[in-house]
Write a protein that binds this ligand. Structure first.
Ligand SMILES: [Zn+2]
Ligand SMILES: [Zn+2]
Ligand SMILES: [Zn+2]
Length: 506
């Protein structure tokens, strides 16, 4: 039977499961059958057969509603224990014991705990629904846009994804993560953050959720779910619960977990576009733990993997956050990577300007001087409006816009805006660098104008640079540019940039 033929029967079967999931405390669904169905839906999507998940997204809203509700309804530890006992009984009484034995024989998880397989099955299904097929929610994400429903496909709005609100959703999924039976709950949480980052992230910054997710991530980075992560201070963030007496079997961790955690951290930091740091203070209070964990993780991932780039960037960021100014304690592999990466990305005028414009194009933060409010702090699930003229900078309020226009130091927007407008008329910022260089020339800037644009971009990307800029300008025509006040790893960058300005190197 082909997967496509199977999908017709699956549609009926999923309909029956939807009905059996209605009672959130005592679902009549068999957990083993649930993981079979979930595994099948996910397998179809992983093997590139989109038809099943598309059919189910259109026809089985009740099923997806029930999966989300089951996973995210608030439950206290006693309720979780009761659910587990109830699921064990449902599995025992299931008519389908023959298939159960097949699942148990081929079981890749090393556990048949009914609670574990049930949650796993729900996560499999939902993840396939949100990620799989054409027009999946994840595929339709634009870094700049708010999550919207599409036609008849589930989810048809925020309420479908977060029936108990985002806060409860975050807390429930972090709880399932904390049981550490697999990395599925973390993958699902990552997707939900991608879909609705502005409304999800604030709840991840609140203790004890914040500490819990850092702890789990750090354990995954160390590739060890049993040890307390290196540098962790204070007690474990997981209070003893009744589940401890008879805990779920700990997941047999593999290096795949390091990648799951790296992907999760990247989405936390950079949003769905994964392009740049949105300065969400996720590290706060946990810099040392994360610094050590991320370094450890980099040893498990090959240097040409996309997650390695993200981890190396994270190490540098945390290194600065920890107040260090050299790379002495950084893993040699990362130092080597940073040096090589650095050499290929010289801070020339075009590079700096375009890098910053690309960031702005994707940024959701207010660019008002000293503001930096993130969109999620606005209480509205939408990005702040952009400058009406250049359409690049964003402002949370009239005050921020006015302040940037008039007073921003050293580059008020009234000076920058017309330059950006002129440049944007000749340029597509996503083009390759040789093309960009030509476009820069076509804009016909004077040397001073070019330098101003590039300096504005450099200052915005590096606050230390902003402090030194006046001095750099003053000494630009001498060979002695004073960079003594800068951290050593930035001195070289500043010097090269100042040379570009002086010699007009694009
Ligand atoms: Zn069953
Ligand atoms: Zn403007
Ligand atoms: Zn602002």
């Amino acid at each position: 039977m082909s997967l496509a033929q199977g999908s017709f029967n699956m549609n009926d079967r999923v309909g029956a499961i939807a009905a059996s999931l209605q009672d959130l405390e005592k679902p009549t669904t068999c957990p083993v059958c649930m993981v079979m169905i979930g595994g099948y839906i996910q397998m179809c999507f992983l093997e590139g057969d989109d038809s099943l998940v598309e059919v189910l997204r259109t026809k089985q809203h009740a099923f997806w509603d029930a999966c989300v509700a089951m996973l995210t309804v608030p439950r206290d530890p006693d309720a979780v224990l009761a659910l587990r006992a109830h699921l064990a009984e449902t599995a025992r009484n299931c008519w389908n014991q023959k298939e159960h034995r097949t699942v148990e024989r081929n079981n890749p998880w090393g556990s048949n705990d009914p609670l574990f397989v049930f949650i796993e099955g729900l996560c499999y299904s939902l993840r396939a629904c949100l990620e799989g097929g054409d027009h999946s929610l994840v595929e339709r994400l634009k870094p700049d846009k708010v999550f919207r429903s599409k036609g008849s496909q589930w989810p048809d709005g925020r309420k479908s994804l977060f029936p108990f609100g985002e806060k409860t959703c975050v807390e429930s999924l972090v709880y399932w993560c904390s049981l550490r039976f697999s990395d599925e709950p973390m993958k699902l949480l990552r997707i939900l953050i991608m879909i609705s980052r502005p409304t999800m992230l604030p709840h991840l910054h609140v203790e004890p959720v914040h500490g819990a997710i850092v702890y789990i991530m750090a354990q995954m980075f160390h590739n060890d779910l049993r040890a307390v992560p290196d540098g962790w201070i204070g007690p474990s963030p997981f209070p003893p619960s009744a589940l401890m007496a008879n805990p779920l079997p700990r997941w047999n961790i593999t290096r795949k977990a390091v990648k799951t955690a790296a992907h999760f951290l990247t989405v936390l930091d950079n949003g769905p576009d994964m392009q740049f740091n949105d300065n969400v203070p996720f590290n706060e209070g946990y810099e040392i733990v994360l610094f050590r964990a991320v370094q450890k993780a980099a040893r498990f991932i090959s240097t040409d993997h996309e997650h390695f780039t993200a981890l190396a960037a994270k190490v540098t960021e945390l290194y600065k956050a920890n107040g260090h100014d050299d790379l002495l304690n950084v893993d040699p592999n990362i130092v080597k990577f940073l040096r090589e990466n650095f050499r290929t990305k010289k801070p020339t005028l075009v590079n700096s300007t375009v890098t910053y414009l690309r960031r702005l194009a994707q940024a959701r933060r207010c660019t008002g001087p000293g503001c930096g409010r993130a969109v999620h702090e606005s209480g509205e699930n939408k990005p702040f409006p952009r400058c009406a003229q250049c359409k690049m900078t964003r402002y949370c309020s009239r005050e921020c816009q006015k302040a940037d226009w008039k007073q921003a130091k050293p580059h008020p927007h009234r000076v920058i805006c017309p330059l950006v407008c002129r440049l944007m008329a000749t340029i597509n910022i996503w083009d390759e660098f040789p093309i960009l260089r030509d476009a820069f020339l076509r804009a016909g800037f004077t040397n001073v104008e070019r330098n101003t644009l590039a300096a504005w971009a450099m200052c915005a990307m590096s606050p230390e640079m902003a402090e030194h800029l006046t001095d750099i300008f003053r000494r630009m025509n001498s060979d002695r540019i004073d960079v003594a006040g800068l951290p050593p790893h930035e001195q070289e960058e500043v010097l090269e940039f100042a040379m570009c300005m002086r010699d007009g190197i694009l």
